[in-house]
Design a protein around this ligand. Structure first.
Ligand code: ADP
Ligand code: ZN
Ligand code: ZN
Length: 742
């Protein structure tokens, strides 16, 4: 049969392939001469690369190459029949590679699950077994091979039998099957799993939600009216105001138009409760993509996207790159959450910012939801770029909680808990309420100190102290993971040691002593180690079995505990005096998010914030005017200091086994930048915690009022920085729009 695309092959088409290498370029290959499948942009190919064979993605086609034709190698295999990176996602990746100044190959790799990067098929294949004509005719002759006969008997259906079904019915069927195949009595075929029929109309929904409030209905209508065009919204609603209900309704509208929806949530926000709410509401298939999936599970979820089976894609950060046809709506829940920014390694991107861009490419509305929006997003509302939708009241009968500060200097404090807080706990517990105690430190105590000589247990590899974990009887570093036995005596002078300060473990112990009859649950990273641990703790609270919950940040996200009536914030002060300009924003967000856990049911809630600085302007504005008041003050401060969102910042970071080479590298990089107008270079300077995990960290900041000159400079400067000679142990990275400044 003639391949209709054959003539494309006869012209000297060059495939420009993105490979996962650190080189900032694409690689040219020739298509296979006799292949029936023509490689198109977005398809994966296997190619020779030096002595290796790599899987890459065809980025584009070209008519000529910079390499002479005889140097060009030929593609070994085309892995896909249709593109797995569609044109829209390809544009997004192109843009991201330019904006974050990261090589396109690794950027492309971030869009694919690991097994797909290694060449796994984009469609799940089902192996089917059939009886052949001669097998059916020879049935009688198998009398002396009962297992083969039994198996052949099972194959006597025209549509054949899948391997899965055979495994369910027979213990070891592969051996007799091999014999049948060898005799020509049975054969197999593979077919790809066809997507199930489209769920629309009647079979779209499984359940229904509560009737929408007026504000919710207004929000849903506004978002729905913007369908089929790019329109960014901030859905600003306090915790429990019914944002998720708005998401569910707008997703339903998109699905009814035969479109698909992408819902991004923070790492910690993708709880079984949330997944459950989507699966209970929609009969349409939901693909769930997050970092705790095994490679096989992730591949399966990605295949659901590629085939179009998934109508809703619910995922964390990297799901922003999922292949989704007819994308009609993007939702970013808890848009302020730092986990949307990949900042640890490799390709440092903001999934929230890319979601906005993807919506623009798709011509679809994008909804950023939060009770505590980032200052960037609020500024976008103020400047008229985003439309604001508000849900000012709690859904149902719930009332907003009353909040007050407890002055730690004015009251007796026992193991970190002041008398008024203890009394409030007594009141709420006697009244059948549940109590949530928040402290942002896990472990028993943050410091182990000698009672005689002043020794303090330090981490050998970090500028940090080791945290006492009494239950496990270990000393651990929360920055590098160092782990050592807990000494009973001072290793320096042999005197007794003491535990200084509070962590979740110690607070739990204190509360057990104060309220011996009250079951207590703890939620932090030490308790939640495996899948299912989190659900176990959450269900102890949700069922009412546990009366007091002690926890870190983990308690602030996603859970709905209707019977929690009191929230106590033990240490609001941490972060009030940080050098990072974003620290106050994070403190305010955490306080509001934790406070939002109080009184979500019908009983009114109360929030107590313990502090040694009850007159701190941030706490005052937060308490008196809420998050809005705080945000106004904080934005004014940022504008005055020329910090984002009123300027753009890029961090060049370096680390080495000593501080001097890191600083020297950054210094040389700064020299290369020369005298740049419109830009401000700050540093190089050691990081606030310079030594971390046995490496010394430093950074150089580049600041600019406008984006354009900044990116022009980076594009010109980075290749020269890359060409700098560096010591072998030096590592460096670029972070565009950094969220944390060390
Ligand atoms: P958020 O996402 O803003 O925290 P949710 O959508 O989870 O809020 O709603 C909080 C609670 O209120 C949930 O239990 C939800 O089922 C309920 N709820 C939401 N909207 C309504 C409504 N219009 N009427 C009654 N209950 C509602
Ligand atoms: Zn000592
Ligand atoms: Zn350490």
């Amino acid at each position: 049969m003639e391949n209709p695309k054959r003539d494309v092959l006869t012209t000297p088409t060059i495939l420009r392939v993105a490979l996962d290498t650190p080189l900032r370029r694409l690689f040219d290959y020739l298509p296979q001469r006799d292949s029936l499948i023509t490689a198109e942009p977005g398809m994966r190919v296997r190619v020779p690369f030096g002595r290796q064979r790599l899987v890459g993605v065809v980025h584009s086609l070209a008519t000529s190459s910079e390499l002479p034709p005889e140097k060009l190698k030929t593609v070994l295999e085309v892995l896909d029949a249709t593109p797995v990176v569609d044109a829209q996602v390809m544009e997004l990746l192109d843009w991201a590679a330019q904006y974050y100044h990261h090589p396109l190959g690794p950027v492309m790799a971030a869009a694919l699950p690991k097994l797909a990067r290694e060449g796994a098929a984009a469609r799940a294949m089902t192996e089917r077994w059939f009886a052949t004509e001669s097998g059916l005719a020879a049935f009688e002759s198998l009398k002396r091979a009962p297992r083969q006969r039994e198996l052949l008997e099972a194959l006597r259906v025209p549509e054949g039998v899948t391997s899965e079904a055979l495994s369910a019915a027979f213990s070891d069927w592969r051996t007799p099957m091999r014999a049948l195949v060898a005799r020509g009595f049975a054969s197999s075929a593979e077919d790809s799993d066809a997507p199930p029929p489209e769920a629309t109309g009647a079979n779209l929904l499984r359940g229904s939600g509560p009737e929408l409030s007026e504000e919710q209905a207004t929000a849903v209508a506004a978002i729905d009216a913007a369908h089929a065009r790019f329109a960014p919204f901030l859905l600003y609603g306090i915790t429990g105001s019914g944002k998720t209900e708005v998401y569910l309704h707008t997703v339903e509208r998109a699905l009814r138009r035969s479109q698909r929806a992408l819902v991004l949530v923070p790492e910690i926000g993708l709880t079984p409760q949330l997944v459950g709410r989507f699966r209970e509401r929609f009969a349409a298939p939901v693909a769930v993509l997050h970092s705790a999936l095994s490679d096989t599970e992730r591949l399966a979820a990605w295949r659901q996207c590629v085939s179009g089976e998934a109508r809703i894609v619910l995922g964390t950060r990297s799901a922003v790159f999922a292949p989704i046809k007819d994308l009609g709506l993007i939702i970013v829940d808890e848009e302020h959450d730092a986990s949307f920014k990949q900042h640890e390694s490799g390709f440092r991107y903001s999934a929230r910012d890319l979601a906005i861009l993807r919506a623009q490419r798709a011509g679809a509305p994008v909804v950023l939801g939060s009770a505590t929006p980032s200052l960037e997003t609020l500024q976008n509302v103020l400047s008229g770029k985003f439309a604001r939708l508000s849900l000012p009241r709690r859904a149902g009968q719930a009332l907003p909680p009353r909040a007050a500060v407890v002055d730690l200097r004015a009251h007796a404090v026992r193991a970190g808990i002041a008398t008024p807080a203890v009394e409030a706990m007594q009141r709420h517990l006697a009244d059948d309420g549940q109590v949530l105690v928040y402290i942002n430190r896990r472990g028993y105590s943050p410091t182990l100190a000698c009672t005689a000589c002043g020794w303090i247990a330090p981490c050998r590899d970090c500028d940090a102290r080791l945290t006492v974990h009494l239950g496990a009887s270990r000393l651990r570093c929360h920055h590098c993971g160092a782990d050592a036995p807990l000494p009973e005596k001072c290793p320096q002078c042999g005197y007794a040691v003491k535990h200084v300060g509070q962590g979740t473990e110690r607070v739990e112990e204190t509360l057990t002593r104060l309220f011996p009859d009250m079951p207590i649950a703890r939620l932090d990273r030490d308790v939640v180690r495996r899948r299912g641990d989190m659900e176990a703790v959450v269900s102890r609270i949700a069922s009412g079995e546990a009366r007091i919950l002690v926890g870190t940040q983990m308690v602030t996200k996603g859970h709905d505990f209707p019977n929690v009536t009191l929230v106590v914030v033990l240490n609001a002060d941490q972060g009030l005096f940080s050098t990072d300009f974003r620290a106050p924003e994070r403190v305010a967000q955490t306080i509001i998010q934790v406070a939002g856990r109080a009184g979500r049911g019908t009983k009114p809630g109360e929030v107590l914030i313990q502090t040694e600085y009850p007159d701190h302007p941030l706490l005052l504005s937060l308490l008196n005017e809420g998050y809005d008041g705080f945000a106004r003050a904080a934005l004014a401060e940022r504008a005055a200091a020329n910090w984002p969102p009123f300027a753009h910042v890029v961090a060049l970071r370096a680390s080495a086994t000593a501080l001097a080479p890191a600083i020297e590298f950054l210094h040389n990089a700064r020299q290369l930048a020369g005298n740049v107008r419109d830009l401000k270079l700050l540093g190089p300077a050691p990081a606030a915690m310079a030594k971390r995990a046995a490496r010394y960290h430093a950074q150089l900041l580049i600041e600019s009022r406008d984006r354009a000159p900044l990116h022009r400079m980076l594009a010109e400067w980075l290749p020269r920085v890359e060409a700098l000679k560096t010591p072998r142990d030096l590592r460096w990275s670029l972070d565009v729009d950094p969220l944390e400044l060390f």
